[in-house]
Ligand binder design. Structure first.
Ligand code: BG6
Length: 517
């Protein structure tokens, strides 16, 4: 990549050098034999090694309940890189990480296993003759988050080198709680053991290039900010659509549903970054302060058995990319009396100076027509005096579409004259594509997030009050749905854009979902 492109690509990072200088680290992954470790975490660590971004001294310890030997663990991780890394295994680079990799078997509620882990890390420090940062990555089922945190406290590991650059850190995977009460409780357990700056709550959407680019698009361009408000914007639509179903995760998914799995975290982060005020600086607290403020400004949702601000549905059988697929109730592990939603949509009202009166429509679902995550800012129409819609004038609302995945880019929909002797109009698109401009080998979200946690930059992680603000908004919806059971749970054909009922949310203002097609 040429130096100019590097500079254009990371204007926010220029001069901050935060991609360099991760201190000597011992990373411990709890849940080491789990799926996420193999699919995302270890391939990300390998790719960081390939880019020479790992610290000079880097040790990786896998912690899990299964009794596995060090060598078996290393071989499992070799296989994970082969299968899941975005770049092929480079034996020489990987060997440098591999030789400092080991496995520690133990129960998550077994204090002695944590004491022996502490001794193991102390020994690494002694052997190297230098202090090391401890980074604890909690990638287990949520039921054992609390015992792990408590044991990190009681073994003394949480407090090692505290208040120095080598202070221990804890990175926590989702789901962060099941509702407001459990999120508060988990925060209390964590903050009993760790100080907030030591805590890194993961939302992998924040590690995606295009999500980070949202701040650049908004605040590094002067043409958008003046029109990014209720004077000019008619509505905002945020879609996080997946074409996959629940697959083999049915048992877990049925206890979660779209609202917990995708809306409370990933989609709400997209809302916050789209709607927040300009932060006073790029430091993590300034950015997170603004995100919390805007989430708090979202009005409580109107909940009714029918109508109201929310719609939920589950997929019935249908066709995805021409192939017949099962309905949710036929998937493995789904109980016959399930009332879990695989699709949720909401109409949000943000009651602040910038957005009052502008609806934010958000939706997320599985088994939708295609995988497409995007933010669409739909601007108000011009006065219909000269080119009002009709046979000759096909006029669309100006829309800026930020495509998060899979075709990362930004599109501006505008209207243009069709060449010819007559004046006829047609909507056209101005398009910027990430892959055309920058090539397609962008880092995976987890590479960025693991590196940032190691370096100590918490900008792309969720603060405790932020997760609580988001749970506060959605918890009444969860309660309401629980009370309604299956009543009001709509269906949509797999491979469609969701239930017909979701059009109702937009109908009041004569808006329509973009088809994202
Ligand atoms: C996870 C959800 O957090 O995000 C999954 O638990 C979902 O259900 C996944 O499939 C989507 O992530 P991505 O990066 O593929 O959009």
């Amino acid at each position: 990549m040429s130096p100019e492109i590097e500079e254009v690509r990371h204007p926010f990072l220029k001069g901050l050098s935060k991609h360099r200088g991760a201190p000597p680290t011992v990373a411990v992954i709890f849940g080491a034999s789990g799926d996420l470790t193999a699919r995302k975490l270890v391939p990300a660590i390998f790719n960081l090694g390939l880019d020479n971004l790992l610290p000079g001294e880097f040790h990786l310890i896998g912690f899990g309940r299964k009794p596995i030997t060090d060598e078996d663990f290393r071989e499992m991780m070799d296989g994970a890189i082969d299968e899941y890394s975005r770049r092929p295994l480079n034996k020489e680079i990987w060997e440098r990480v591999r030789q400092n990799m080991s496995y520690h078997a133990g129960g998550y509620d077994e204090a002695a296993a944590f004491d022996s882990l502490a001794e193991k890390i102390n020994q690494i420090e002694k052997d190297l003759g230098r202090d090391m940062q401890r980074m604890f990555y909690v990638s287990t089922p949520p039921a054992v988050f609390e015992p792990i945190i408590k044991n990190l406290g009681s073994s003394g590991m949480a407090k090692v080198h505290v208040h120095t650059k080598l202070a221990s850190k804890v990175v926590i995977e989702k789901p962060f709680g099941r509702n407001l009460d459990s999120a508060r409780e988990l925060n209390a357990v964590i903050n009993d053991v760790f100080e907030e700056p030591q805590v890194y709550r993961i939302d992998h959407y924040l590690g995606k290039e295009t999500v980070q680019d949202l701040l650049v698009q908004r605040f590094a361009n002067s043409i958008f900010e003046p029109i990014w408000n209720r004077e000019f914007v008619d509505c905002v639509q945020i879609t996080v659509a997946e074409s996959l179903g629940v697959g083999s995760r049915g048992g877990y998914y049925d206890t979660s549903g779209a609202l917990r799995d995708m809306i409370q975290n990933h989609t709400m982060q997209l809302v916050a970054l789209t709607a927040m005020e300009p932060p006073v600086s790029l430091d993590p607290e300034s950015i997170r302060d603004e995100k919390v403020k805007v989430i708090k400004a979202i009005q409580p949702l109107k909940l009714m058995a029918e109508g109201g601000d929310v719609v939920r549905a589950r997929y019935a059988k249908g066709l995805v990319k021409g192939e017949p697929v099962k309905g949710y109730m036929e998937e493995a592990g789904i109980p016959a009396d399930s009332s879990t939603e695989t699709y949720a949509a909401m109409r949000l009202a943000i009651n602040n100076w910038r957005w009052q009166g502008v609806p934010f429509y958000i939706r997320s679902g599985k088994r939708m027509a295609r995988r497409a995550s995007e933010i669409a800012i739909q601007f108000k129409r011009p006065p219909g005096i000269l080119f009002s819609e009709g046979d000759k004038f096909n006029v669309a609302a100006n829309t800026m579409v930020i495509s998060i995945q899979p075709d990362e880019g930004v599109t501006l929909v505008m209207n243009s004259k069709i060449p010819g002797l007559e004046t006829r109009t047609q909507p056209v698109k101005m398009h910027f594509s990430y892959s055309t401009t920058f090539g397609s080998n962008t880092p995976e979200a987890y590479e960025r997030l693991i590196l940032d946690a190691m370096v100590g930059d918490s900008t792309l992680f969720i603060r405790g009050d932020e997760t609580e603000a988001s749970w506060k908004l959605v918890t009444p919806v969860l309660k309401h749905w629980e009370e309604c059971g299956q009543y009001g749970l709509e269906e949509y054909a797999a491979g469609s854009w969701g239930p017909v009922a979701s059009e109702r949310l937009l109908g009041e203002r004569q808006h329509h979902w973009r088809r994202s097609g």
